[in-house]
Design a protein around this ligand. Sequence first.
Ligand SMILES: [Zn+2]
Length: 98
Amino acid sequence: MRGKDMAEQWHELTPTQRELERSLFASECEVCPRCGAFFKEGTHYWSGTLKRGNPKDLAGVVCNLVNDPRCINPEKGNVEGDSWQKRFEKAGMGEAQD
Ligand SMILES: [Zn+2]
């Protein structure tokens, strides 16, 4: 499944990137040990881009796929958010590519 491959790649952050992100966000934020996603004062930030995100989208594209018990995303298991399937459909790609 292609979406899953993309999610796995997304998880492959280098230690340097992780350190950089940690230093940027300093204390009082939680970092998911699996996704590297930040939760600062209840707000989710994407790892890598550090853009403000939606934890439901994070769940749909990452946490639900890896399904790691260490994941701290409070919305893990929630399927209301974005997902690779929805993204493909939005991009007009659907399943037709296969
Ligand atoms: Zn996670």
